[in-house]
Design a protein around this ligand. Structure first.
Ligand SMILES: [Zn+2]
Length: 385
């Protein structure tokens, strides 16, 4: 699971429900084990106007006359359906007072950052989409999660760092107000949404493949189990068939040698057994034929049951305003001091790649900054000295 996604747990259900209900104008009073939601007259929702009690959290089963709020509850599914139909838009500003987020190539570095000063140059707008992803197959592989995808609204650049920031600042503890209406129009949003969905699908491809492999293995095992059962059935029938054949032979003997009374009895009995023998023969032929073809109908049925159904549903789009500019990093190592100026966005992080002045390699978490005496030099350069 990447940082920019959350499983559909109780807390995400509560967070989503709270955000949605507030966005349509409801007020919520939260207590230990329940919420009282007030829906004002004239609110555009299928919920009836007035107050609703939602049981959630610890001891929620002790709340009387309440609807339940949890991932499986009727109420949540209803809210989800309504939200999907409405695709609410909100607006959020990621603001200036936050600490500068240092690049990961300096976090395990021998060089220290004495000061980091951000200078904003211009305001940018990003679109952050929240998607619900449901991967369904036979129940044991069922998964559901929410995932954010962030893109700059103008340059259409993917902003992965902002996805984490978005989930952080919109978490239930953060009490961020996203009630402002967005300026996005449907024409703005549609092309971004299509791109966001593609990015999302690329991002979860590996996981889908993995689940697909597991489901295929489960299907294979089930097919094999079915095949063995049928093989066993064939063996049982073959045995029965051969027993009947011996009995019929014995009766034929009796018919040829016995007295007239016994002959009549034996003839009757042989007729019965013969018909049973033929029926089993037909069943056996049919089973063997299906076996030789590999039980195609059962295979189809089993594989269909194990096939994946991936649903990607956009839930919300949020217009996020952020500041883009530069950050001056004051670096020190021993007595040496150096200032590096690099592109930075609030909530976006460092936007420039910084290269080693000696070997030209990009500085990364794995290959961090090591010295600043003669320009910025990477760890590998020092190790190779
Ligand atoms: Zn280097």
């Amino acid at each position: 699971m990447t940082d920019a996604e959350v499983p559909v747990t109780q807390s995400t259900v509560e967070r989503f429900t709270e955000r949605y209900l507030r966005s349509i104008g409801c007020s919520i009073k939260r207590s230990e084990n329940h919420w009282v939601v007030t829906v004002p007259d004239g609110t555009e929702t299928d919920l009836s106007a007035g107050s609703h009690t939602l049981a959630c959290g610890k001891d929620s089963d002790q709340v009387d006359n309440a609807e339940h709020l949890n991932p499986e509850s009727e109420f949540f599914q209803r809210i989800l359906r309504e939200a999907i139909g409405r695709s609410p838009t909100g607006k959020l500003s990621i603001g200036g007072e936050t600490d500068v987020e240092l690049p990961d190539w300096i976090q395990n570095s021998a060089v220290e950052v004495r000061n980091a000063q951000f200078t904003p140059y211009y305001d940018r707008t990003a679109a952050v989409f929240l998607f619900r992803i449901g991967i369904e197959t036979v129940s044991e592989y069922q998964q559901e999660f929410l995932r954010a995808v962030a893109m700059d609204a103008r340059s259409e650049e993917h902003l992965p760092k902002l996805e984490d920031t978005f989930l952080e600042v919109t978490s239930i503890d953060a009490e961020t107000d996203t009630n402002d209406r967005s300026h996005f129009t449907e024409t703005d949003v549609q092309p971004l949404l299509d791109m966001a969905r593609d990015l999302l699908l690329d991002g979860i491809e590996e996981r889908i493949d993995e689940i697909h492999r597991e489901a295929s293995r489960a299907a294979d095992a089930e097919v094999e189990e079915y095949r063995q059962m049928q093989q066993q059935r064939i063996q049982e029938l073959e045995e029965e068939h051969s027993n009947l054949s011996s009995k019929i032979n014995e009766l034929s003997e009796a018919i040829n040698t016995g007295d007239p009374d016994a002959r009549v009895q034996a003839l009757k009995k042989r007729k019965e057994l013969k018909s049973e023998y033929d029926d089993i023969g037909d069943t056996l032929n049919e089973l063997r034929e299906r076996r030789d073809k590999g039980f195609p109908e059962q295979q189809r049925e089993i594989r269909k049951r194990h096939s994946l159904d991936v649903q990607v549903t956009p839930l919300t789009v949020t217009e996020v305003e952020y500041e883009q500019g530069e950050v001056d990093l004051e670096l020190t190592k021993g007595k040496t001091k150096r200032i590096e100026t690099i592109g930075y966005g609030v909530g976006i992080g460092i936007t420039d790649t910084v290269r080693c002045s000696s070997c030209g390699q990009e500085l990364t978490k794995q290959n961090p900054l090591h010295t600043i005496e003669e320009g910025v030099r990477c760890m590998e350069c020092i190790e190779n000295l």
